[in-house]
Design a protein around this ligand. Structure first.
Ligand code: COD
Length: 303
């Protein structure tokens, strides 16, 4: 069980740092995060972006003047260069800088220089919520917009395998919906039932998958009792599967802004770890995302 991001940081440290290629690195928070990653023994930076902006910011955050910088002012081209440096083996991790998420992901998916594997790529977020005993994970609030049932299965498999690599052998998974009744008018409930059935039939990695299940029942055994429902995972969810990107985005931002949670975000299913954080995320949050990416990659290697 991972209790908090300090544990993620501690576990992600390894001998022989990785190199992290940063797409559109001309942002002080991003540079602070890669400096922290270097100081914490996680990864050393290879910066791609507008060198005239990057160099003074590097000095401000204390990155050494000999840190490699590839000058590319155009953000789309910077993303393609940052990704291709990973494809060529000059870096092992790629991170989104000051570029919009879709443009960054299009570079990751690029047919020639991208990091496709043939698997569906999906976003995994981790949250440290004040007062909660462990990290809670959520997928996919960042990449797949309106996944089909088959895509939801792939998204779930991506996340459950990585959770296993992180030491959560049998995750409790809530397939989130607005209530617990299967209702053809709410297609997400039909998909949730189908996914729970797949898990019961052994078609998913080990774990308990429940759905359809609403957020109150997933979080509170008392709410489950009030509704007359039995749940094996209520109050102990490790992973939420979102019905669509809007729900995931809103849940994530509610946790961040209302509950003062900390968040990390990575993309799964690519050839190399991909760090995908919001531009508004703090340097500390971006550092946790780098650590989670390194840990997920290391865990996958160990498997
Ligand atoms: N995994 C693997 N391959 C994919 C995936 C995926 N998740 N998505 C698309 N592809 C492949 C397709 O098979 C196709 O070969 C090619 O990529 C292009 O497919 P399109 O045209 O459907 O996709 P794009 O390039 O228009 O968009 C892909 C994005 C990931 C950029 C798009 O889905 C997107 O913008 N997602 C939301 C990102 C976002 O804004 N997040 C912020 C909210 S927090």
């Amino acid at each position: 069980m991972l209790r908090n991001f300090q544990e993620v940081l501690a576990w992600a440290k390894r001998p022989g740092q990785m190199t992290i290629s940063v797409a559109a690195a001309q942002d002080k928070d991003v540079l602070q995060a890669v400096k922290l990653a270097q100081d914490n023994g996680l990864a050393s930076p290879l910066l791609v972006g507008d060198a005239a902006v990057i160099r003074p910011l590097m000095a401000e955050v204390g990155l050494p003047a000999d840190t490699p910088v590839v000058d590319e002012k155009d953000m789309t081209k910077a993303a393609l260069t940052a990704v291709s440096l990973v494809s060529k083996g000059e870096a092992q991790v790629v991170m989104k800088g000051l570029i919009n998420t879709s443009d960054f992901l299009k570079a990751v998916l690029h047919p020639e220089v991208g990091l496709r594997t043939g698997r569906l790529l999906s976003h995994l977020a981790a949250f440290e919520v004040p007062g909660e005993p462990k990290l809670v994970f959520q997928t996919d609030g960042g990449m797949n917009i309106a996944p089909t049932l088959a895509e939801k299965k792939d998204i779930l498999v991506n996340a459950m395998l990585v959770l296993r690599a992180l030491g959560i052998e049998r995750p409790n998974v809530a397939v989130l919906t607005a209530n617990e009744q299967v209702n053809p008018k709410m297609p997400a409930t039909m998909d949730a039932k189908a996914l729970a059935d797949m898990a019961a039939a052994g078609e998913l990695p080990p774990g308990i998958v429940e759905g359809p299940i609403a957020l109150d029942v997933a979080l509170s055994p008392e709410a489950a009792r009030h509704k007359g429902l039995t749940s094996r995972i209520s109050g102990q969810v490790d992973l939420f599967l979102m019905p669509n990107i809007e729900t995931g985005n809103a849940m994530g931002k509610s946790l961040l802004y209302y509950a003062k949670a900390k968040m990390a975000g990575i993309v799964l299913g690519a050839r190399n770890p991909v760090v995908l954080t919001s531009r508004s995320e703090t340097p500390e949050g971006k550092l946790y995302s780098i650590a989670l990416a390194c840990l997920a990659a290391g865990g996958a290697e160990r498997r």
